[in-house]
Design a protein around this ligand. Sequence first.
Ligand code: SF4
Length: 218
Amino acid sequence: MNKKTQARNIVAALEKTYPDAICSLAYVKPHELLIATRLAAQCTDARVNIVTRTLYKVYPTLEAFAEASVDDVTDIVRPCGLGPTKARDIVAMSKMLVEEYGGVVPDTVEELLKLPGVGRKTANLVVGDIYHKPAVVCDTHCIRITNLMGLTDSKNALIVERQLREILDPEKSNDFCHRLVLHGRAVCVARSPKCDQCCVRGFCTYGKADDKKKKRAG
Ligand code: SF4
């Protein structure tokens, strides 16, 4: 089976198992997704969602974030960790969006990467979720699980993103990455993947090897 076929089979199996491929970060406006993703670095989405409930109330518009004091934002985002750094990036990216982009979040990875604190993962998330363009969000789940599946063979996010862009149908790639997060939490957990319960076992390199090992032992 070539990698494109393998990827298609995996995408189809995950679609069936996780019909709702939604982002677990809470947001309504495009800039709020940028801010929530910045806060999610080294923090759980659940905690970010608690913090942003207050944050979006205090700063209801992009302009309000652009005019905010970094110290005041730090006080609110502190529970997410790295408070001062994240607050500085949030205010700086909001200022740049207002001053250089007319208050509109850009729709390309290249432009998004110019914003303070925005990396490829965030840029891809925005392009995929806000603008519904092909995107590959390479987070730790995506890198770990696609390596196990045998779809990719690098721990480097940029290389994994490129390898996945080559084999995934573009219109499926963004939702595939969301589903990997759900799959990584529910079944393909980091320390001991539950291959016995996995919907993609028949198409996963690690899962098939595990199967053979068990048959030989059993
Ligand atoms: S078969 Fe195992 S390693 Fe492969 S995706 Fe499923 S749980 Fe992860």
